[in-house]
Design a protein around this ligand. Structure first.
Ligand SMILES: [Zn+2]
Length: 475
């Protein structure tokens, strides 16, 4: 059935070059977007960056650059990583929240809706503010007076802010999640948010005094305040579709089918965001897929430990397609995953160089010997054989299934030895080899989701009936 499908990544913090976590989120979002397109949906795929933050302003100052120039540089490095020659992320829009034309009207329109609903009120706020967190932190979370995550002492702040009446929506959000109108995947994360909702949500600070922050969207009708992160950042999902300016795309694609997020921002997406949408009378997203973190050698990646794996380094050595493969095959979308350079190399050699690359070379070698013309591929092929996994976001299992299809072909070659049969019974060899070529073509079509360039190269080689270049040279 024809469907419209709106898929998003979170907007990433451009306070440094993109890391492997960004590569992961973007890659799984891209695979799912490609899947929905392959089954015939009209897809809109959004990614972007969260720019209006003190963290970014501070990173710019530390780099001795003006914020705008700094942002342009970092944004280029994200776009470069997502480009066709690297991770090949097929997004439709890359939103920048500093964009006053694209993003700001939507954030301001939503703010007005919350005001109309009577859910925005001024109140004074006093607390400890961690700049690294961009959030107020509590005394009991500090170690030796410092935030343990950012190793710095929080600032004591007392100020008048606008608050959003999130508490009012606790029950309704819980109900929508429990009845799966808003699905939180996996179950463990759903239980986590339900437990939080059972304790009740508190109203949240929604603005900061304009003179205390260097960047941010002005609060409508009050120039003394700028929006705090929630109404600014979360709104990107609808402002990107033109909410508050030209809402044709918004009417077409909202509500989102899928927000893909990391587990650290679950509370914002399954608590504050639905609250804002309910207040504004807008439909809630249908699904939120919450993935874990990527560790290296069992530890969080950090400069001090020296275990940081840069996506660009991997891409330089192995190519973007191999990185996409590793992330989809070996990092589960539901829990934390681990990567080491050794494991990456082993996987590359076993699954891609010796596995896929070798099989393609063998089959096309035989095919080009046996046939003068390309094998006829016009007959109707089986529908997508991995849908059952991908619909449940089990990308790793989808790839396991594809690789098991490949080993069926390897076994077939082993048992029937078409390369020998060709010498004695050409007709029989042709039947065997055309079966292999058709199966390989089918596999290549599914691989489009995971390794679009490789898929293209295999299909072209089949259509031209010639051996392709070495797809994955051994490392
Ligand atoms: Zn902190």
């Amino acid at each position: 059935m024809y469907k419209r499908s709106y898929i998003t990544t979170p907007i990433f913090y451009p306070n440094a070059r993109p890391h492997l976590g960004h590569a992961y989120t973007a890659t799984i979002a891209d695979i799912l977007a490609r899947y929905r397109r392959a089954v015939g949906d009209e897809v809109y795929f959004l990614t972007g960056v969260d720019e209006n933050t003190e963290k970014v302003a501070r990173a710019a100052r530390a780099a001795g650059q003006e914020t705008g120039a700094y942002l342009n540089t970092v944004v280029s490095s994200f776009k470069d990583l997502f480009s066709e020659k690297k991770l090949n992320i097929s997004y439709d829009q890359f939103i920048r929240t500093s964009d006053e034309k694209v993003h700001w009207p939507g954030a301001q329109a939503l703010w007005r809706k919350l005001v109309e609903a009577g859910d925005i009120y001024p109140s004074s706020y006093e607390g400890l503010y961690c700049v690294g967190h961009e959030a107020f932190v509590t005394e009991k979370n500090l170690v030796g007076g410092k935030c343990p995550d950012h190793n710095e002492a929080p600032q004591h702040l007392k100020e008048t802010n606008y608050f959003f009446r999130l508490s009012k929506y606790t029950k309704e959000i819980k109900k929508r999640i429990e009845c799966a109108e808003l699905q939180i995947i996996p179950e463990e994360r759903k239980n986590e948010i339900i437990a939080l909702l059972e304790r009740g949500l508190e109203d949240v600070s929604f603005s900061r005094p304009s003179d205390k922050v260097s960047v941010g969207i002005p609060v409508p009708d009050d120039s003394t305040q700028k929006m705090y992160v929630w109404c600014d950042a979360l709104t990107n999902y609808i402002s990107a579709l033109g909410y508050g300016r030209d809402d044709e795309l918004f009417r077409k694609f909202w509500p989102a089918d899928l927000h893909i997020i990391g587990k650290d921002i679950l509370r914002f997406h399954a608590g504050i965001w639905p609250g804002m949408l309910l207040s504004a009378g807008l439909p809630l997203p249908k699904k939120i897929l919450v993935h874990g973190f990527i560790t290296s050698g069992g530890k969080k990646m950090s400069k001090t430990l020296g275990n940081v794996i840069d996506p660009d380094t991997l891409i330089e050595e192995y190519g973007g397609e191999a990185v996409r493969y590793f992330l989809a095959r070996h990092i589960s979308p539901f829990e934390d995953g681990d990567i080491t350079l050794t494991r990456f190399k082993e996987t590359y050699n076993a699954d891609l160089a010796n596995g896929l690359g070798n099989l393609v070379a063998r089959i096309l070698q035989m095919s080009s010997q046996c046939f003068e013309h390309p094998v006829d591929l016009s007959e109707k092929r089986k529908p997508f054989s991995v849908s059952q996994y991908i619909e449940k976001f089990e990308l790793n299992n989808a790839l396991i299934a594809i690789w098991s299809d490949m080993s069926v072909l390897n076994d077939f070659i082993q048992e029937n030895k078409p390369f020998d049969v060709i010498k004695t019974d050409k007709k029989k060899a042709q039947l065997q080899i055309s079966y292999l070529v058709k199966e390989l073509f089918r596999i290549a079509e599914i691989l489009e989701l995971f390794m679009p360039e490789t898929s293209k190269k295999i299909k072209e080689a089949i259509q031209q009936n010639k051996k392709p270049e070495n797809l994955f040279p051994r490392k």
